[in-house]
Ligand binder design. Structure first.
Ligand code: THU
Length: 130
């Protein structure tokens, strides 16, 4: 299933709208009940208004009802082992568990698998806001 998730992320990357950075990124989220949601980065001429592939994927996932996340895959065309930016780590952590697997990929497949806790130690938790 991890291989399929990588393929889904790579296919999503083909939809990137990145005319400014020319740095396409794709992301795919797998829920524990087998649903896959994908996203690509979308840039805007007013640069700070663009957003990341992980954020697009999370939007699709939330709009479809969410659910428990099992695995996440991220791939970038021009980076051997893409790691999500800080903002996306926080966004992913909002919906993932500390032990949710995150597959860091290159063009050919998964290069390294880490957990959310490993990529976002000491992340801000919303518990106290409730
Ligand atoms: N980007 C992502 O889509 N995800 C990340 O985790 C890192 C960066 C995008 C944002 C921008 O469109 C391009 O990569 C260059 O920063």
């Amino acid at each position: 299933m991890s291989k399929d998730l990588f393929v889904a992320a790579r296919e999503a990357m083909a939809h990137a709208y990145a005319p400014y950075s020319k740095f396409p990124v794709g992301a795919a989220l797998l829920t524990t009940d087998g649903r896959v949601f994908t996203g690509a980065n979308i840039e805007v001429a007013s640069y700070p208004e663009g957003w990341c592939a992980e954020t697009t994927a999370l939007g699709h996932y939330v709009m479809a009802g969410g659910g428990k996340l099992a695995e996440i895959a991220v791939v970038a065309e021009k980076m051997d082992r893409i790691t999500p930016c800080g903002g996306c780590r926080q966004r992913l952590a909002e919906f993932a568990d500390p032990d949710t697997k995150l597959h860091l990929c290159d063009q050919n497949g998964i290069v390294e698998t880490v957990t959310m806790a490993e990529i976002l130690p000491f992340g801000f938790k919303g518990d106290t806001l409730k």
